[in-house]
Design a protein around this ligand. Sequence first.
Ligand code: PLP
Length: 341
Amino acid sequence: MIDLSSDTATKPTTGMRQVMATAEVGDEQRGEDPTVNRLLQMVCSLLNKETALFLPSGTMCNCVAIKAHTHPGEAILVDRQAHILRSESGGAAFLSGVTLEQLPSNRGRFTSDDVIAAIPRESVYVAPPHLLCVEQAHNHGGGSIWPLEQLSAVCETAHQYGLAVHMDGARLFNAVVATSILAHEYTKFCDSVWIDFTKGLGAPLGAVLAGSEAFIERARRYKHVFGGALRQAGIVAAGCIYALENHIERLHEDHLNAQILGDGLGSIAGIQVEVPIETNMVFFNVSDTGLEPEDFLAAIEIHGVRMSAMGKRIRAVTHLNISRNYVEKAINVVWKVIKEA
Ligand SMILES: *Cc1c(COP(=O)(O)O)cnc(C)c1O
């Protein structure tokens, strides 16, 4: 199976499994796992944050961060296509009791004016906003990247209006590799940020949430409350360290493969590819071929290629287990399926 459905489809490599098998471990929830602690230090220095927490998943990072930044009855600002809004089972409302004010966006990116327009005049009638969320790189936006200046401008505006800023950096390193802008340049303006090890970085588990000492102290409590306090997590953290050391630079390959995939698919009659392709994601539409997304996906899967649907859009994601050869095979399968339709 050529699995382009997500960059979560990666399997741990032999090298990664080896370091996991021999990792030094301790009790994570008492702060005594040396491998987790080493990972946290590495992430803090990459993101230039005071301290950090190891969590099982990115979704839990968002839940814990929103909980630590807000009180029930407040509002948070997110863009209309944010993962927090679209793909986390309503967790922000469910666990933190906040309402989600949706900002219009261009592939997930909005402007300072959009932020200002979404902040209501203080009134007894409205839920006061206390947090702005940004996503870098942006998943539903098409793997799109916030330009540094635009990001710093919206963060500055949020801070001026008394809002904290949280970055969902599930794919932050895709943005870093694509632009050669260092991670801490992007995270400088954010009060909290997390990175995911299970996307392009290719680890089986794990995410790290980082911020100030005061923020992480609050977040640590919610990590326990939400059941995210762990024991000998160093086994997993070792895989994450391996990913930081070995799987960042290679994201270039995924980006190049995504370009090749996008070009190939775009040359097939009836397929509309969303451009530009900024990182490792290709979004496209097959409605001109007369195929429904589900039928298209079922047809390519018969030929050993898997992609996913997000509404009417098809998403194909390149990653560690997708070679150039796989990309070419996938283009051929799509071509065949469309021709037969
Ligand atoms: C995958 C993803 C998440 C959730 O992370 P999990 O590790 O799957 O829980 C959150 N935000 C974005 C942008 C993602 O792509």
